[in-house]
Ligand binder design. Structure first.
Ligand SMILES: [Zn+2]
Length: 525
């Protein structure tokens, strides 16, 4: 196998995965195709929707075509892209057992020419007692070990599933142990039920735990994630492969997917989409179709919107704006917004995965943006690496001017010029949300030089900024501190707190005209 990384943002990445001479780009969405009920034929999925990879179920195929001599999967599906096969583990989850042994299903996947194949793992499922969860983790690991002699030296890529459900300690153990075995790809098992119940915050904890404990150089698959509104966040967590039958299942109930949520088709007055289905027909046209035909065109729309979201996600990675996209998508759904908060807990990990400057300014919408890699990175740099210049005895905290970079603003240059006469060694720091302090010498560097923040600030952002400033002042204490503030909510809060903490601090307020000579006089004194 080769898995080559081309670009990244947060933990998300654009990669090239090669199997049996075929290369696909990741992150990739795999539609679930049932050869017995092809809502959209596989060939059409490739030609009209650009699906270079799909997933089907080797267990179902075996049950129906076991006796067909020399059955070849790609011929059966009439599809020449990459085919992943599941093993029947999902049927174990639903029916409790399957009528096949692991050896049989592994050999079957080899025999029919599957490209990416799965061992017969035991999915954890939901609402099961802890002993049962422990059993699924242990048994999956045992089966993985047992499968190794059967899968070595095969051209297929083999998937080592990770179990543990919502028991994060077990997820971590499962990921660590299977990660030591020579599998090509890993997959987080059974989050489907979590997603069906919209427990997105739980999903984030499960997915992040698995991701952080699995080998980073291997692709990782999130089983059953297919609603377009969850894709951006899942990619941000470092997942590369997704599969779902949602496009077809939702269409059966005449549900229309969008990145902002799901609509019942009968409720739609308009079609908020520009795919070929929606561009050429009105909602009435589609409602007038016979039921089967209507379901078919809704499935086509659902597939278009999912594939198009994947492109949007990749574009966001390439321009370094994946967090913005995740925030936008999360705001469409209350549980997704909660999931975004959960994801913020992992901001240090997301930051570690992000490259630096991608040429784009940073935009802060509200407190959710505090988890952005740029903020985390700036704070680490300031508190841990930034050293105050030596020999200074005075630090002036000044409300950030209107123009960036702050250090080049007229207001600031005037202040500096005047104070230079006093011949004191002074460190200048700008007060700026959400960063806290921006020392003069960082003001011209990214991201301090290129960002925008939506005002008025919310309480969380105000507290965050004030706390950052206090943290810095405590870490790098200095003899004299002067604060020149503007009369706004954040800076009033800051002045109140600093005044209490440091009674000797000099506090001056900027008036409408900015720095008056009178204020300058006070500071110099
Ligand atoms: Zn459409």
């Amino acid at each position: 196998m080769s898995f080559e990384l081309r670009d990244r943002d947060l933990l998300g990445r654009i990669g090239r995965l090669t199997v049996k001479g075929k290369t696909i780009e990741t992150p990739a969405f795999m539609p679930v195709v049932n050869p017995l009920i092809e809502t959209i034929p596989a060939k059409k999925l490739r030609q009209d929707f650009g699906c270079e990879i799909l997933i089907t179920n080797s267990y179902i195929i075996r049950n129906h075509f076991k006796d067909v001599p020399n059955l070849e999967l790609h011929k059966l599906l009439d599809y020449d892209g990459v085919v992943m096969t599941d093993s029947g583990a999902y049927q174990i989850l639903v029916y409790g057992e399957v009528e096949v042994t692991q050896d049989e299903i592994i050999n079957w996947q080899k025999q029919i020419g599957s490209d990416i194949s799965v061992i017969l793992d035991i999915p954890t499922g939901w609402d099961v007692p802890r002993e049962k969860v422990e059993f699924t983790v242990k048994e999956t690991l045992r089966r993985a070990e047992e499968a190794l002699p059967l899968i070595e030296d095969t051209p297929n890529l083999w998937v080592g599933p990770i179990q543990g459900g919502r028991h994060l300690g077990l997820v971590a153990e499962s990921a660590t142990r299977i990660g030591k075995m020579p599998f090509d790809i890993h997959a987080l098992g059974s989050p489907t039920e979590v997603m069906e119940r919209y427990m997105y915050p739980v999903l984030v904890d499960m997915a992040m735990t698995a991701k952080l404990n699995a080998p980073v150089e291997r692709p990782i698959h999130l089983f059953g994630a297919g609603h377009p509104n969850i894709l951006a966040m899942s990619v941000a967590m470092g997942y590369d492969l997704f599969d779902s039958a949602a496009y077809a299942l939702f269409a059966k109930d005449e549900r229309y997917l969008t990145t902002r949520g799901t609509y019942l088709f009968k409720d739609l007055q308009y079609l908020p989409c520009s795919c070929p289905v929606c561009r050429n027909q009105s909602p009435e046209d589609i409602r007038d179709l016979p039921r089967g035909e209507r379901q078919r065109v809704i499935a086509q729309h659902n597939m278009h919107v999912t594939m198009s979201e994947m492109e949007t996600v990749k574009q966001a990675i390439s321009e370094g704006s994946l967090w913005d996209l995740v925030e936008t998508r999360a705001k469409g759904h209350a549980q997704m917004t909660s999931a975004l908060k959960t994801l913020s807990k992992y901001s240090k990990h997301l930051e570690a995965g992000s490259p630096g400057f991608k040429g784009k300014g940073v935009f802060y919408y509200d407190y959710h943006s505090l988890a952005k890699p740029e903020v985390i990175r700036y704070q680490n740099r300031l508190v841990n690496n930034y050293q105050s210049p030596e020999n200074i005895d005075t630090r002036i905290l000044i409300s950030a001017p209107q123009r960036k970079p702050y250090s080049r603003s007229r207001e600031f240059r005037k202040l500096k010029e005047k104070l230079a006469q006093g011949k004191k060694e002074i460190q200048y720091c700008f007060i700026a949300a959400p960063y806290g302090l921006i020392p003069e010498y960082l003001a011209e560097t990214y991201p301090a030089s290129q960002y925008q923040i939506a005002e008025p600030l919310d309480q969380e952002t105000i507290q965050h900024t004030v706390n950052n400033i206090i943290e810095y002042l405590e870490k790098y204490p200095i003899k004299n501190t002067v604060i020149i503030f503007r009369d706004n909510e954040m800076e009033r809060e800051l002045v109140g707190k600093l005044g209490e903490k440091y009674p000797s601090i000099k506090i001056e307020e900027l008036d409408q005209t900015g720095l008056s000579d009178q204020i300058l006089g006070l500071i110099i004194k």
